[in-house]
Design a protein around this ligand. Structure first.
Ligand code: SF4
Ligand code: SF4
Length: 101
């Protein structure tokens, strides 16, 4: 959240470094899951993974998990930080952040 503090033109708005303000004011992109690639959804034998969930800074809000730690992204809370994509253990990544447009 440092960009808004130092931006000389105000092109990036300052947002308080608190969860509520970040969830309400930040939308850099949206995480999109490819279930065909995700280990936790693999058929016929899912493998419990959930690494992306543990990397998410807003667990239980931006992302939740179910059986086999299958991740679900919640579009209204995901800020698009990309930490889930960075952490994904499948190569190429089974979860990717796409731009909002
Ligand atoms: S992009 Fe960030 S906020 Fe969104 S699900 Fe991934 S880790 Fe969570
Ligand atoms: S880290 Fe990748 S493979 Fe593992 S649950 Fe998340 S998206 Fe699926």
């Amino acid at each position: 959240m440092k960009c808004g503090d130092v931006c000389p033109t105000g092109a990036i708005a300052r947002i308080e470094p608190e969860e509520e303000a970040i969830l309400a004011g930040v939308q850099m992109g949206l995480a999109r899951l490819n279930k065909q690639m995700c280990y936790s959804f693999a058929e016929p034998a899912p493998r419990t993974c959930g690494v992306c969930y543990r990397a998410c800074p807003f667990p239980g809000k931006a992302m939740t998990i179910g059986l086999y730690e299958q991740p679900t992204v919640h579009a209204d809370q995901c800020v698009g930080c990309g930490l889930c994509e960075q952490a994904c253990v499948h190569l190429p990544q089974a979860i990717r952040v796409i731009p909002i447009s």
